[in-house]
Design a binder for this molecule. Structure first.
Ligand SMILES: Cc1cc2nc3c(=O)[nH]c(=O)nc-3n(C[C@H](O)[C@H](O)[C@H](O)COP(=O)(O)OP(=O)(O)OC[C@H]3O[C@@H](n4cnc5c(N)ncnc54)[C@H](O)[C@@H]3O)c2cc1C
Length: 406
């Protein structure tokens, strides 16, 4: 009863705060040159208010902008924010950067960046993949060497989303070549705006340039920006990847034409209605299946996030990310089937076709980024189903002796 009363009081408090403060936000605008979405001054001002009122990360301790609330109460806050369409709450589940930093950062780095990360005042990117290390991420060859009170970094990264605008990159680099492949890796927050970091955009199949090549030559990273200890980067990475997969398990960008979709019914059902195809029995089956997959996946993601809140890097996240990849490909296929030959059109006069085509191409974002579908299947096989591990001949030898074609 006491709990129920606390929950009622909390619900009232957050409702009253939203009623007094939330007035909506202008639609986000694409960044210059299609290089991602920029955070507008209005969004930043709103997030600052949310952080100051301690709604952004209510599960976190008070020392870090939180309220130390249990999950059930934090969800009440998130539901109230969602009910009015206000962003900014629930970042203790979803903010990959801030959660990784809080879990492993030095006091100094946390003081410097946790607030700005919650308020989206600093932009971030992930410096993981390299030309010779993607799925086999522990094979990275970018190196960081100690020099006084800082490290000097050399190497190159690729497919780095958002690098062109990032202030910091979460970097994995090799700091010990005599340790085994996983044990010699450390995890840093690398300042991106410095002479030793060169960013070159890559053009995607969707005609956008969200990701980049990054060349790192004698770049400096202060000792304070090392997370956990030297050689403990693989563990930090597992936590960070689980947050990334949980976000990707919730979906990717929607249609990009800007022409509104139905808000009163499932957009794909509305599309079928608009195209006069809602009576088609085969299409109805496809629609029902995609919608059922989405609902099931939302439940699975909630389960995986509960694991993550307990501090485990849940392999169930892989299930959610894999399911979302299948859903996105399937939704794109069904949208194309609804439009029929009309899906061959393109451009501003044919926004539904443009959206179907964009979603078809963009579905690969989720099936490759954050670890491919095949890698998620390996993780599920080994860590959820308990199947034998893939053989790894280079796992326990010094990395220096690992054979490489490069
Ligand atoms: C849209 C997008 C955004 C991205 N953003 C970032 C980013 O911000 N930062 C970053 O660091 N990286 C990013 N990536 C890179 C991404 O993480 C890698 O592309 C991915 O991990 C695969 O690595 P790879 O491209 O080197 O492919 P490879 O590892 O060379 O894989 C090639 C093929 O072999 C398969 N394969 C490889 N190993 C196995 C195995 N053991 N078992 C079964 N199949 C296997 C793969 O599934 C794939 O089909 C992004 C990628 C995309 C598409």
């Amino acid at each position: 009863m006491a709990d129920a009363m606390t929950e009622d009081a909390l619900r009232e408090e957050v409702r009253a705060w939203l009623a007094a403060n939330w007035q909506g936000l202008p639609k986000p605008q694409p960044g210059a040159g299609g290089a991602g979405w920029t955070v507008s001054p209005e969004q930043k001002a709103w997030l600052a208010k949310v952080v100051e009122a301690r709604w952004a990360a209510p599960r976190w301790p008070e020392a870090w902008f939180g309220r130390g609330l249990p999950d059930a109460q934090a969800r009440i806050i998130e539901r109230e924010f969602a009910a009015v369409g206000a962003p900014g709450s629930g970042q203790d589940r979803t903010n990959l950067w801030a959660n990784t930093l809080l879990a492993g950062g030095t006091e100094g780095l946390k003081q410097k960046l946790i607030g700005p990360l919650l308020r989206q005042e600093v932009a971030m990117c992930l410096l993981y993949s390299e030309p010779g290390a993607g799925s086999d991420l522990a094979g990275i060859r970018t190196k960081a060497e100690k020099a006084g009170d800082h490290y000097v970094v050399q190497g190159s990264k690729v497919w780095t989303s958002g690098a062109a605008t990032a202030d910091y990159g979460m970097l994995i680099a090799r700091t010990d070549w005599d340790a085994s492949k996983h044990a010699g890796i450390s995890f840093f927050f690398l300042p991106m705006k410095q002479p030793g970091v060169e960013v070159r955009p890559l053009r995607q199949i969707t005609d956008e340039s969200h990701f980049n090549e990054v060349f790192i030559t004698d770049a400096i990273v202060p000792e304070e920006n090392l997370l956990k200890g030297l050689g403990e980067g693989w563990g930090v990475l597992q936590t960070a990847l689980a947050y990334e997969r949980s976000v990707m398990g919730e979906g990717a960008r929607g249609p990009r034409s800007g022409v509104a979709e139905s808000k009163t019914e499932e957009p794909m059902i509305a599309l079928a209605r608009e195209a006069g195809r809602l009576g088609d029995p085969l299409l109805r089956q496809d629609l029902a299946q995609v919608i059922a997959y989405r609902r099931l996946n939302a439940l699975n993601t909630a389960r995986a996030k509960a694991d993550l809140a307990q501090g485990t890097s849940s392999p169930v996240m892989s299930l959610g990310k894999l399911a979302m990849s299948r859903i996105l490909h399937e939704e794109a296929r069904v949208r194309t089937a609804i439009l029929g030959a009309g899906s061959l059109l393109e451009g501003p006069d044919h926004p539904r076709a443009e959206d179907a085509n964009f979603l078809t191409l963009n579905a690969y974002f989720t099936s490759i980024g954050g670890g491919t579908d095949q890698i998620q299947r390996n993780i599920i096989g080994e860590r959820v189903l308990g199947l034998p591990k893939e053989p790894e001949v280079d796992r326990d030898i010094p990395f220096r002796e690992v054979k490489s074609g490069r």
